[in-house]
Design a protein around this ligand. Structure first.
Ligand code: GP9
Ligand code: MN
Length: 410
């Protein structure tokens, strides 16, 4: 019935007021512009500024990070669970948490949502997705239809040949190149999501396409990870150029986000060797940071932001950039640029990060030192832990009970 949804509404109004924060940085900067959102497969934060034998893994993203036309959040966490890429999509589109078990894209694709593409449709945007895999993978075709995407360019929209494909399928460089014609045909302004594929486990790449050495450790996975990451960095650089050549660049903002980790805790020994420190539960949690970058052609006040933020915050942040009033929305995340932002990021397993603490494996760590708090101080995390559990529970109840059926979005 409708009673639980009003309880959740009250909680959200107290915890994360959604009214437009027109004084906050970048309000409306993207109004009437195209938004190109790139979900970058398996990209973790530690790739920035990494080198193998003196060669940078991500020279293009490193340069963007340092440039004034880009805002980079360096403490941005993925919050996905078993639904992997589809979970990251779900979080971004709805500002709800994914489920602890299974993939909500499969289990609750028929629910009532109030998703980003639907909202943007109502604001006059054409909305589309580009992803060169089978359209039914993760049940995307069904879910996309439900949440209001106008177009889904799956692998059938692309010319896939033995020369331009390996591993999971069409390589990212060909994927971006072939997407440009479709992009040019879209009504403007548009919101288009691109999901890359080459930098996916097991990170295979033909020798002649690798422009960096493999790492040298006991993990073939980590060793190969840098090669496909560099490949995707090159693909993104080419994509920017292709957008310029197609006269789409100036009228667009480009948002790039890592979807989830690529290196699981199974590879901790090799990761420890690479990082030069033991991967304990604190470091393991910090490894869940992924890139989040907002590139705004012509902008001059960009830089690196150190606020603790996550995928849950992307929807309200995009609406803020677009100058769309999200006052009537129900979101667990907040506009990243708002002063009123909630003070924790919850990971799906109940771990969380605040400006001061990292809580994981039943231990409360000092976020600045990475040391567990002394016994007796552990309760510092306790009040936040209760809120995190409450919040994950509320989000689950919305999904399991299909509670948005009972809510009247303004
Ligand atoms: C599949 C791609 C990868 O279409 O999105 O999915 P993942 O295994 O990362 O969830
Ligand atoms: Mn993925």
């Amino acid at each position: 019935d409708g009673s639980e949804i009003s309880e959740i509404e009250t909680y959200l109004q107290e915890k994360s007021p959604d009214e437009a924060d027109k004084d906050a940085e970048l309000y409306g900067i993207a109004e009437d512009k195209n938004v190109i959102f790139v979900s970058v497969e398996s990209f973790q934060h530690f790739l920035y500024d990494s080198e193998i034998n003196g060669v940078e893994t991500t020279p293009f993203l490193n340069e963007l990070k340092e440039s004034s036309d880009t805002v980079t959040f360096e403490n941005f966490y993925h919050q996905t669970a078993q639904g992997k890429t589809s979970d990251s999509e779900f979080i971004v589109e709805n500002s709800l948490y994914p489920l602890g078990r299974g993939a909500v894209y499969f289990t609750h694709a028929g629910n009532e949502y109030h998703a980003l593409p639907e909202i943007l449709n109502n604001e006059g945007y054409e909305t589309s997705v580009f992803h060169a895999n089978n359209g039914s993978f993760w049940n995307r075709d069904v879910m996309y239809d439900n949440i209001g995407y106008d177009e889904f360019h799956d692998e059938q929209s692309f010319e896939v040949t033995p020369e331009n494909s390996f591993g999971w399928g069409l390589e990212d460089k060909a994927f971006f190149e072939q997407s440009i014609d479709y992009l040019k045909d879209q009504e403007q302004p548009f919101y288009s999501k691109f999901i890359t594929l080459t930098h996916h486990f097991p990170f295979e790449l033909p020798e002649e396409k690798a422009h960096i050495d493999k790492y040298d450790s006991n993990s073939n996975t980590l060793n190969a990870y840098f090669q496909t990451a560099k490949y995707t960095d090159e693909a993104l650089e080419q994509f920017f150029q292709q957008l310029k050549d197609a006269d789409l660049y100036e009228d667009s903002i480009i948002v790039m986000m890592g979807d989830h980790y690529g290196i699981s805790d199974f590879h901790n020994k090799a990761m420890s060797q690479f990082l030069g420190e033991e991967v304990d539960p604190f470091v393991q949690t910090q490894l869940q940071r992924v890139p989040f970058m907002i590139h705004i052609p012509g902008y001059e006040n960009g830089g690196v932001e150190d606020k603790v933020v996550g995928q849950i915050d992307v929807k309200p942040t995009l609406l803020h950039l677009l100058g769309v009033d999200s006052g009537g929305d129900m979101t667990f995340g907040d506009n990243m640029f708002s002063e009123k932002k909630k003070d924790f990021i919850a990971l799906r397993d109940g771990s969380f990060v605040t400006e001061e603490y990292v809580y994981t494996s039943e231990t409360c760590y000092d976020r600045k030192t990475g040391e567990p708090l002394e016994e007796g101080l552990m309760e510092a995390c306790e009040p936040v832990k209760q809120e995190v559990d409450q919040e994950l529970n509320y989000s689950d109840n919305i999904i399991y009970g299909d509670l948005f059926r009972f809510y009247d979005f303004k």
